[in-house]
Design a protein around this ligand. Structure first.
Ligand code: 13P
Length: 254
């Protein structure tokens, strides 16, 4: 079954009102494949979600970069899934390595967040990925399988989940995974889903790659059969994000 190419732009903790308006204007003017070929979701900081959502052309959607693990209430500084739903925000990024590492978010905590967000009707971009140390010690597949299992153990449907494989060593470093490295992990993740969730979920779930994706390297990565799109950091703030969206039209290698 065909998986629609998915391109996410994670703006992280960047931008002023003026800057985000400029990025949105560039996106709205970009000549990109139609919404039946590519799904585009941009993720500004919480505070800019309403302005970005109001200005973005309707083909493109927005995602929050996080949300609270359960129903809102006395949790100072948090934003709940219910609030995102209330504002009509369709997507949320969960389990980003920057939060796993800096804020000690465990696999179980991320799994709980994914399950709660889905239960409230959000769609989730769930991030997994190994550190350089884990890759060098040969435990990449074990690490991403454990991260994926913590989600699989807690959810009943994968319909609204996109998995983002983001090797930590490739994030913000300019050291992109080679097309073969990306394809290998994506294929292993798909095999894991096949064996541990279901063949249907394995064949329909989009697995996107993140980590130093650029206008220059996106086409080669997109040619891999198991790379269903990208989660882009730095380059999503620049006009080259349009070129990355266009990678949806790259023909897959057999
Ligand atoms: P970069 O594209 O800046 O490496 O960031 C990737 C990322 O973390 C997207 O979530």
């Amino acid at each position: 079954m065909a998986r629609k190419f998915f391109v996410g732009g994670n703006w992280k903790c960047n931008g002023t009102t003026e800057e985000v308006k400029k990025i949105v204007a560039t996106l709205n003017d970009g000549q990109v494949p139609s919404a039946d070929i590519v799904e585009v979701v941009v993720s500004p900081p919480y505070i800019f979600l309403p302005v970005v959502q109001s200005l973005l052309k309707p083909d493109f959607h927005v995602a929050a970069q996080n949300c609270w693990v359960k129903k809102g209430g006395a949790f100072t500084g948090e934003v709940s899934a219910e609030m995102l739903v209330n504002l009509g925000i369709p997507w949320v990024i969960l389990g980003h390595s920057e939060r796993r590492a800096l804020l000690n978010e465990s696999n179980e905590f991320v799994g709980d967040k994914v399950a709660y967000a889905l239960s409230q009707g959000l769609k989730v971009i769930a991030c997994v990925g190994e550190t350089l140390e884990q890759r060098e010690s040969g435990s990449t597949l074990e690490v991403v399988a454990a991260q994926t299992k913590a989600i699989a153990d807690r959810v009943t449907s994968w319909e609204n989940i996109v998995v983002a494989y983001e090797p930590v060593w490739a994030i913000g470093t300019g050291k992109v995974a080679s097309p073969a490295q990306a394809q290998e992990v994506h294929n292993e993740l798909r095999k894991w889903l096949h064996a541990n969730v279901s063949p249907d979920v394995a064949s329909t779930t989009r697995i996107i790659y993140g980590g130093s994706v650029s206008g220059a390297n996106c086409k080669e990565l997109a040619g891999n059969p198991d790379v269903d799109g990208f989660l882009v950091g730095g380059a999503s703030l620049k006009p080259e994000f349009i070129d990355i969206i266009k990678a949806a039209e790259v023909e897959k290698k057999a």
